[in-house]
Design a protein around this ligand. Structure first.
Ligand SMILES: O=C(O)[C@H](O)[C@@H](O)[C@H](O)[C@H](O)COP(=O)(O)O
Length: 265
């Protein structure tokens, strides 16, 4: 991990603008990866925040859909709930309904986490999927071109929840995680895999998260309590896209604009 981390944050005045900014970034980073390497491998999060950006990507009346290099995109998930693909809680289902059912992304380029399996089996299967699709050898880690993250109001990201075992998993690529706070099991990429990505960004919406955003990105390090602090990309750069969730960040941006935070380990 680099000693210094530069956090570039961009504040949008509402959720629609935040979704547009996120959709634009997904398209730009995918196109950049395809230009550079002929392929874009992106891992997306679930929850509710990403849905609006996915819908913009799928909207034939928007420019995003035509600009995305679907034929060269491989889509992965950062995490999944341990439910089936048609379950209302499934991140895959949310993505299928908001995006996949409306765009020409070839099915064999959609790498779903099999939440319907036993948690350990699902984690092992996804680890194999990563090893095969990235053609990894030995102890190699997959390098995603882009990882998109959200953050819960408890400071979790992916399915790395406070005081859970997945926080300490550093050797596996994918792990099952029991989340007592929600009395559920999750499958998640481990934080070293996320940090190995070429680019990592958070999309965080809602003024109710503003204090937690400040705690995570400006407060003292306490990754057990604030697992989003585990995200420290090897590139030394982290991007945040926020709406009013930025309200407690300094330097203040007066509701729009951008700022920079420097963190040191
Ligand atoms: O499976 C999930 O729920 C996500 O991957 C999770 O990490 C999400 O990003 C945060 O919980 C924020 O969720 P919201 O976007 O719903 O606030």
């Amino acid at each position: 991990m680099t000693r210094k981390l530069r956090i570039n944050y961009y504040v949008e005045h509402d959720r629609e603008a935040l979704a547009r900014r996120t959709a634009q970034y997904l398209v730009e980073m995918a196109a950049e990866a395809v230009d550079a390497r002929g392929q874009a491998r992106i891992a997306v999060s679930g929850g509710s925040t990403p849905k609006a950006a996915f819908q913009l990507l799928a909207d034939p009346h928007q420019h995003f859909r035509a600009a995305m290099p679907w034929d060269r995109l491989d889509l992965y998930w950062v995490d999944e709930r341990c439910v089936g693909p048609d379950d209302a809680d499934s991140n895959y289902r949310m993505t299928r309904e908001a995006l996949l059912s409306h765009v020409p992304l070839p099915p064999d380029q959609v790498h779903r986490m099999e939440g319907e399996l036993d948690p350990e089996a699902a984690a092992a299967r996804y680890e194999s999927e990563l090893r095969n699709s990235f053609r990894l050898e030995g102890a190699e880690s997959p390098r995603f071109d882009l990882v998109s993250l959200g953050m819960g109001d408890d400071g979790h990201t992916a399915s790395l929840f406070p005081y859970t075992t997945a926080i300490h998993e550093m050797s596996r690529l994918v792990t099952a995680n029991h989340v007592p706070q929600k009395d559920t099991w999750r499958i998640t990429l481990t934080w070293p895999v996320i940090n190995h990505a070429s680019s990592v960004f958070f999309e965080i919406a809602g003024e109710d998260k503003a204090e937690r955003v400040r705690d995570v990105f400006m407060g003292p390090r306490d990754p057990e309590r604030l697992p989003s602090q585990l995200i420290w990309p090897a590139s030394g750069i982290l991007t945040l896209f926020l709406d009013k969730a930025a309200a407690a960040l300094l330097p203040a941006t007066n509701g729009e604009g951008c700022g920079v935070l420097e963190r040191e380990r």
